[in-house]
Ligand binder design. Structure first.
Ligand SMILES: NC(=O)c1ccc[n+]([C@@H]2O[C@H](COP(=O)([O-])OP(=O)(O)OC[C@H]3O[C@@H](n4cnc5c(N)ncnc54)[C@H](OP(=O)(O)O)[C@@H]3O)[C@@H](O)[C@H]2O)c1
Length: 279
């Protein structure tokens, strides 16, 4: 199942996360397994240090390039137009690809450019617009952008932002960012959709999982999909890679969705705050 970005490009409604897959062999095998299990959308980043392994897994999988959706991200050290182009070319080379489907600005206000982050984002976004026009990237997006970062950037760019990848799981619902993106036709992606595993023992999630005869992880993944937010579950465990993708034979009711959302009132963000991250 696909969603459509605001430039008409299709994006598979579930992706495979690869953060912390640092071991080359494990990363190659995990991504190959994911592709075998039916994932067609892979999420990596230059900072994950596994673009070469992801590229190798793609190569070994012998799937037609246009059947895969590959995302990578520009790391915080790129603060100028030239640095962004250079970083992108390195990523492309490691991935052994001619283009990527989606290129994201990883963080909006990195520590070392925090004093001039608005200028930095405009400049690196221009580099991404150039890559887009050259056909090197099929879609442009951002990650960890809050409403104010999106507003500051949107007024200064030519090609609209297509995607925002944010933290999203039963324990964290960022109302303001989600509402802004939905209103402005920016597709949302859910990172840490399993709350990095922390949500999976929650009694309410377990009860709902029992009701559907599904695993807690499948409930979290379906919760994102039923909110029209693309989950990016990560696993290096074959049974989990497989079962995390088996979420297309059921749907949560509006009542279950609300009950899961209510969990966020007593919990919160697991990852760093975009304006205060120490990197
Ligand atoms: N843009 C950003 O700043 C950002 C930040 C964080 C993450 N991300 C992206 O989002 C992806 C997912 O987020 P995440 O890696 O933080 O966390 P996550 O997907 O919420 O959770 C991953 C953890 O859950 C475990 N797990 C996976 N499936 C399971 C299952 N069925 N049952 C029990 N445990 C299970 C994994 O263990 P095993 O691997 O040992 O099986 C791993 O420890 C990342 O990999 C990355 O691609 C982006």
């Amino acid at each position: 199942m696909d969603l459509k970005l605001n430039n008409g490009v299709n994006i598979p409604c579930i992706g495979f996360g690869t953060w912390k897959m640092n071991d080359y062999e494990i990363a190659v095998e995990s991504v190959k397994s994911a592709i075998l299990c039916g994932y067609r959308h892979i999420d990596t980043a230059s900072i994950y240090g596994n673009e070469d392994a992801v590229g190798e897994a793609i190569k070994q999988s012998h799937i037609a390039r246009d059947k895969l959706f590959i995302t990578t991200k520009l790391w915080n050290t790129a603060c100028s137009y030239e640095e962004a182009i250079e970083a992108f070319n390195k990523s492309l080379e490691k991935l052994k690809l001619d283009y990527v489907d989606l290129y994201l600005i990883h963080w909006p206000a990195p520590k070392d450019c925090r004093s001039f982050y608005q200028k930095r984002n405009i400049e690196i976004y221009r580099a991404m617009e150039k890559l887009y026009k050259d056909g090197k990237i099929k879609a442009i997006g951002v990650s960890n952008f809050l409403k104010h970062h999106l507003e500051e950037l949107s007024s200064q760019i030519e090609i609209p932002i297509m995607v925002n990848q944010i933290e999203f799981h039963p324990y964290y619902y960022d109302e303001e960012t989600i509402a802004y993106c939905q209103k402005h036709n920016i597709v949302l992606e859910a990172y840490s959709p399993l709350g990095r595993g922390q949500v999976l023992n929650d009694p309410i999630i377990k009860r709902i999982a029992n009701k559907y005869n599904k695993t807690p992880a499948q409930i979290c993944i379906r919760y994102a999909i039923d909110n029209e937010i693309i989950p990016l579950p990560k696993s290096i465990t074959i049974e989990r890679i497989k079962s995390n993708h088996e979420v297309f034979d059921f749907q949560l009711t509006a009542k279950d969705i609300q009950e899961i959302k209510n969990l966020s009132h007593d919990h919160g963000k697991i990852g760093s705050h975009p304006d205060m991250a120490d990197f």
